[in-house]
Design a protein around this ligand. Structure first.
Ligand code: ZN
Length: 147
């Protein structure tokens, strides 16, 4: 059986599941590899970009960062690939990159739910980010706080 050497996720034959205990018990016949999520994080493979804009990002920064982390915790229990790669903030703007599309969509929905505003979702098949990403489709999520 395959175990991720970085996050100790276990491949159950179909997909990666977080199971550190199982990984320790089954120590015979274990192959240590890098799981898909850790590979994408290492290679900085972006499948989702979330652009956020609004004064609330500055005013309630700590609360919002907690909300984002919580959302990631919830989502990664359902899908091993639902992870955030990076969070950058500049005053009223925040940019979050994710290693799957779902995570980006969920973050956009979460902001809409928490702070109303305007949500736009588009898909971008270009490889403008120049990371050898030909043919890979990114989801671009834009959320703007209502004026
Ligand atoms: Zn891993």
């Amino acid at each position: 059986m395959k175990v991720c050497r970085k996050c100790h996720a276990v491949h159950n034959g179909k997909k990666w599941v977080p199971d550190a205990e199982l990984a320790q018990v089954a120590n015979n016949d274990v192959e240590y590899v890098l799981c898909e999520a850790c590979k994408r994080k290492r290679d900085k493979v972006v499948y989702g970009i979330v652009y956020l804009e609004g004064p609330v990002l500055q005013d309630r920064r700590d609360e919002i960062l907690k909300m984002i982390k919580k959302e990631e915790d919830i989502e990664k229990r359902h899908n091993h690939l639902s992870r955030i790669l990076s969070i950058e903030q500049n005053k009223n703007h925040m940019t979050i990159t994710t290693i799957n599309q779902w995570m980006a969509l969920q973050l956009g929905k979460q902001f809409k739910k928490a702070f109303k505003g305007k949500l736009e979702i588009s898909r971008d098949a270009s490889d403008r980010r120049g990371r050898g990403s030909k043919g890979r489709e990114e989801v671009v999520v834009r959320w703007k706080q209502a004026a």
